[in-house]
Design a protein around this ligand. Structure first.
Ligand SMILES: N[C@@H](CCSC[C@H]1O[C@@H](n2cnc3c(=O)[nH]cnc32)[C@H](O)[C@@H]1O)C(=O)O
Ligand SMILES: [Zn+2]
Length: 429
């Protein structure tokens, strides 16, 4: 066993208290051995003047959409997808997705994110990028059937299932999978009935976009006479391992359904604001006991992958939603971005405690905007950003040390993304 000792800093505990202490990591097992007063490690990582915290968990994203950052802004979801995003995604080759996912992974590591959930296509290319970056991820192929004939639709479902089976356990177990129908309005109900049982047999969770905009709720209510999540449940979705992205427009019945089934919600406040999708009832979800995590969504609707932004947005918009300044307090926001997201994804991370995965970020507190230090949890929620992250560790491996990413060649990743993004725009014209 080789151990890594993260020394000299303050440590954020799972109960959201902060104490001076060290963290000892088993590098091979990728687990935390001890927190606080720890025996000396074989190697050390200096966290003096820093805050050692769980790595942030981005529970819903489309990493490769980093290629489309700034490509199409200022539109609502439906026309943004149909007029801009889907046409250019149609010309993306596996190598484009690999380059885009590498860019997204680089940005994630730089901002202290250690685990994520990705829905996209050309998933083996996403897995390559995640593996090389050293991150932890749950990945899947987003299945869409609108605009496809029966055979094409079935083939997309088959691919979603095959990807979930084949990629599970990749990258030394850092990659796991989910079956990912894109949303309740973009996939066919009869196909769901056929494939959901197959996903259950494959023993993978199911992840989908749901109740993101009113335009996704109304057609289901009109056509099926039930709320979208009731419709989802009637097609076998929403068991305790499943999780939906957004959940912006939920009624009380649906919140109860989520609480009863144990299905998780990934709140994506920035994307919901940018596409004017609506304001999710986050405090109500938390009060009902629903497992809630945070996601950036893709970089084309955010437009960055900084989970610190997300947790601040969650706290801010959560107060507006509840009309109550005490709603979604700092600890709740930080909790959603760490333990909450990890629980949603089924990862044993998001908490600095013995036996948990050694997925850790160290924040540099030595700056004007983090002075004075009345309350570091408040700083995490309201004052810090990804640019304050000094070291990033995942599965016991140091991915970034002193702001230098060790697993990816940052310059080369950015250059390739730049070139491939420009070429894709040309092809899509
Ligand atoms: N197999 C599908 C691809 C689905 S991947 C997942 C999709 O989700 C899209 N996406 C990104 N953000 C959002 C969002 O906020 N809501 C719904 N879809 C989104 C993204 O552009 C991507 O096309 C196809 O052939 O088109
Ligand atoms: Zn999304």
């Amino acid at each position: 066993m080789t151990t890594l000792e993260i020394t000299g800093g303050q440590v954020l505990k799972p109960d959201m208290t902060v104490e001076h202490g060290d963290v000892l990591v088993d590098r091979e097992a990728g687990e935390i051995l001890a927190v606080g007063d720890v025996p000396a490690g074989d190697e050390t990582l200096d966290a003096t003047d820093g805050l050692v915290m769980p790595g942030l968990v981005n529970a819903h994203t489309h990493l490769a959409m980093a290629l489309l950052r700034g490509y199409a802004d200022d539109k609502p979801l439906d026309s943004w997808l149909r007029e801009d995003v889907w046409p250019i995604e149609g010309v993306l080759e596996p190598d484009d997705v690999r380059a885009g996912a590498a860019l997204g992974a680089l940005e994630s590591i730089e901002a202290g994110t250690t685990a994520l959930c990705d829905m996209y296509f050309h998933v083996p290319a996403v897995v390559d990028a995640v593996e090389q970056a050293g991150l932890r991820a749950r990945v899947g192929h987003g299945v869409v059937t609108v605009g496809k004939d029966g055979d094409e639709a079935s083939a997309d479902f088959e691919e979603g299932l095959a990807v979930a089976r084949e990629q599970d356990g990749a990258a030394d177990g850092r990659v796991s999978t989910a079956f990912m129908p894109h949303s309740l309005t973009t996939v066919d109900g009869a196909e769901l009935d056929e494939f959901v049982p197959k996903a259950r047999e494959a023993d993978v969770p199911i992840h989908l976009h749901a109740n993101e905009t009113r335009d996704e709720v109304t057609p289901i209510v009109d056509e099926h006479g039930e709320r979208p999540l009731e419709y989802a449940a009637s097609h076998g979705l929403l068991n305790e391992t499943d999780f939906i992205a957004h959940g912006t427009h939920l009624d009380a019945t649906e919140i109860d359904l989520l609480a009863e089934t144990g299905a998780g919600v990934v709140h994506c406040p920035a994307s919901n604001m940018k596409l004017a999708s609506g304001i999710a009832p986050v405090q109500e979800l938390l009060d009902a006991g629903v497992t809630v995590g945070l996601g950036t969504d893709g970089a084309a609707s955010n437009n960055d992958l900084d989970v610190f932004d997300e947790l601040r947005d969650a706290a801010m918009v959560g107060k507006l939603a509840a009309d109550d300044a005490s709603a979604v307090d700092a600890a709740a926001a930080v909790g959603m971005a760490t333990a909450g997201s990890a629980d949603v994804l089924g990862f044993d991370s998001g908490r600095l405690a013995e036996g948990k995965k050694a997925d850790i970020a160290v924040l540099d507190l030595d700056s004007a905007h983090l002075t004075p230090q009345h309350d570091l949890v408040s700083h995490l929620a309201y004052a810090a950003s990804g640019a304050d992250v000094l070291h990033t560790i995942c599965d016991g491996d140091v991915l970034m040390r002193d702001r230098e990413v060790l697993t990816l060649d940052a310059e080369q990743v950015r250059e390739e993304a730049e070139e491939r993004a420009a070429a894709a725009v040309e092809r899509a014209r």
